[in-house]
Design a protein around this ligand. Structure first.
Ligand SMILES: [Zn+2]
Length: 407
């Protein structure tokens, strides 16, 4: 493959102790953060403030120091977004906690805690999403819960690591990585001291069929050296994406030449819909992912040298979702490693569904061009306008089908 190195490894082996991340605690955090009371944690909303206070309170109880602005846990920043076409400027906030071990270098652990609110901001995929609460249990109460529990693990492990650990819950991610961009522009610890950044965005839907997706793999040789053994230890099948630029907050740190790694359990039919709820989370799976991340931090901490930064080729930088004029209305299966684009889910009344494409189909050609992977697909979308009609070919149960798609 040209731009993307994908390896999938299935491992048996013994189960390591996942009890260091109790399922009951993860469930408690996710059930609260993704409850209707928080109204979908829209950026700069009351629900966002409640979620921020919840995370900050957990940090207080753990004895984690505040590292936001003016001695608080909060780093406020201005956001401007359109509500029904009208621009609004409001204040959002990152939540920043610091485990200061007196080290020269700091490892950043991050997860965004904002979501789509009541469907007025960001990109809901639910039909008639307006005024409906998008709980965002997987996206990204799962990552925020992981952040709290990793903070607990390192605050309570009675080991003083060589590195300081900075825990950041970002806001504004769904509006375009706004909180992490702000943090990297106005860091509350010197960015030059940040040796790596570990991100968690959607780690709640681990399944036996799919792999954990590890992005940023190419940004440092450290990931390829450390993660395979840990994945084996925790029985995690995984797929890697080498690029440091992706659809979450690790991107902001990569763009500052910091080695990054991002964990993701893959897309699903509830992604960005009102049905992304806590009852669908695989809590035991998340506990195993957190065990891997905790051990990764411990191993990074013990390495003789800091992880070296590597610039990754970034072919899809100009094919981010915001640059598309058209979409097919499909949820790609990010963990699919075969040739083509496998579809996890199809949105109602959108071009793919209207052309007869279904979940499970693998699109192999679009608009006269071959599709090897998701980036080919994004590249093709970038060349089309609303109303264009193109040929598409897809495989269903091994049989080739040809249809016309109207964007
Ligand atoms: Zn997310």
């Amino acid at each position: 493959m040209k731009y993307l190195i994908l390896i999938s490894i299935l491992i048996g082996g013994k189960v390591s102790n996942a009890q260091q991340f109790p399922v009951a605690d993860l469930r408690k955090h996710i059930e609260y953060l993704a409850s209707d009371e928080l109204e979908g944690r829209g950026t700069a909303s009351l629900g966002e403030i409640r979620a921020a206070n919840y995370i900050a309170n957990e940090f207080v109880e753990l004895g984690i120091k505040p590292a936001g602005d003016q001695g608080t846990f909060f780093q406020p920043f201005q956001v401007t977004f359109a509500v029904e076409g009208v621009p609004h400027t409001q204040t959002a906030r990152n939540v920043v906690g610091y485990l200061d071990n007196g080290g020269a270098k700091t490892i950043v652990i991050g997860a965004h805690y904002d979501h789509l609110g009541k469907g007025y901001q960001g990109s809901s995929l639910s039909p008639d999403s307006r005024n409906k609460i998008h709980n965002g249990a997987d996206d990204n109460a799962s990552g925020a819960a992981g952040l709290i529990e990793l903070a607990r693990y390192f605050a309570k492990n009675s080991i003083r690591e060589k590195h300081n650990l900075l825990f950041i819950a970002f806001s504004g991610e769904e509006l375009g990585l706004l909180g992490s961009k702000y943090f990297t522009e106005k860091p509350t610890v010197p960015l030059s001291s940040v040796s790596s950044m570990i991100n968690m965005d959607m780690i709640g839907r681990l399944s036996n069929e799919k792999s954990l997706i590890v992005s940023g793999w190419g940004t440092s040789a450290a990931w390829g050296r450390l993660i395979p053994g840990l994945a084996q230890e925790y029985r995690l099948k995984y797929t890697v994406d080498s690029s440091g630029v992706g659809a979450s907050d690790h991107t902001s740190f990569y763009l500052k030449n910091i080695p990054v790694v991002q964990f993701f359990t893959g897309g699903h039919a509830d992604y960005h819909k009102v049905s992304d709820d806590p009852d669908k989370i695989n809590y035991e799976g998340e506990a195993r992912i957190l065990s891997l991340i905790a051990k990764l931090v411990e191993q990074l901490d013990k390495e003789a040298a800091e992880p070296e930064f590597v610039t990754t080729s970034n072919p899809h930088a100009n094919a981010t979702a915001s640059s598309f004029k058209v979409t097919m209305g499909v949820m790609p299966d990010y963990s699919y490693t075969g040739k083509g684009l496998r579809i996890d889910d199809v949105s109602k009344a959108r071009p793919a569904e209207q052309a007869g494409i279904q979940a499970g189909d693998v699109i192999t050609r679009l608009a006269g061009k071959e599709i090897s992977d998701i980036y080919d697909y994004m590249e093709i979308l970038g060349h089309h306008e609303k109303g264009d009609q193109v040929d598409a070919e897809f495989l269903r149960a091994g049989k080739l089908h040809k249809v016309k798609v109207t964007f």
